[in-house]
Ligand binder design. Structure first.
Ligand code: ADP
Length: 206
């Protein structure tokens, strides 16, 4: 199975690329954001640990996580953020790796891991190919506001918590330029990524 790490700054179009790849035959997409939500479901050990670390009032009456309150506490300063990451990141990494292994056992041709913090969490070298979706930061701010209702100051703050675009690009095996229209993005997925997956499908032993 071809292991593809898919990353990019917030608002770059990772989810859009992931959705296009998921449409290809034999491709399994693993979404780090979805894992981050799954592991804090009621009853999950990470949720209990978060409550111990950030206060039991982050648990609502029905046992679910009060995300807003957690975010207020965890993003208030760098040490708090590090404590949050120390609880979340190892579990996300472990779960993603298990889901990729399951995809491989089930005969997937390619496993795509959609992970905003692929470089920040030191996971890039676990993948055969790292794809970076790249968009000028001001265009990302604009798209996040227009499509997701995230205000510019918030978008810039979130971007500041990620590595810089130059550093991200320098770690890429493939850079997808998503400054243009969606049709251009789809074309790049078809002309650059789909052939890699086809090559993997034809590989002996697959
Ligand atoms: P990410 O997952 O990297 O945060 P998304 O895939 O959610 O980014 O894209 C951010 C927003 O920008 C979405 O609303 C998406 O529909 C939109 N978008 C993505 N690519 C383009 C594009 N080429 N042109 C216009 N809007 C785009």
């Amino acid at each position: 199975m071809l292991r593809i790490g898919l990353t990019g700054g917030i608002g770059s179009g990772k989810s859009t690329v992931a959705a296009a790849l998921a449409d290809l035959d034999g491709v399994t997409v693993i979404d780090a954001d979805a894992i981050a939500r799954d592991i804090v479901e009621p009853g999950q050990p990470a949720l209990e640990e978060l409550a111990r670390e950030f206060g039991s009032d982050i648990l609502q009456a029905d046992g679910t996580l009060d995300r807003k309150l957690l975010a207020e506490r965890a993003f208030s300063d760098d040490t708090a953020t590090e404590r949050l990451n120390a609880i979340m990141h190892p579990r996300i990494i472990r779960e993603a790796s298990q889901r990729l292994d399951t995809a491989e056992r089930n005969g997937a041709v390619a496993g795509v891991y959609d992970m905003p913090l692929l470089f920040e969490t030191g996971q890039a070298d676990k993948f055969d190919t790292v794809i970076v979706v790249d968009v000028d930061s001001e265009e990302r701010v604009r798209r996040l506001k227009e499509h997701r209702g995230i205000d510019a100051a918030d978008a810039r703050r979130r971007m500041a918590a990620q590595i810089g675009d130059e550093e991200r690009r320098s770690g890429a095996d493939i850079i997808i330029d998503n400054n243009g229209p969606l049709t251009a993005l789809e074309l790049q997925v078809k002309s650059i990524v789909a052939p890699l997956i086809e090559a993997e499908r034809r590989r002996p032993g697959h």
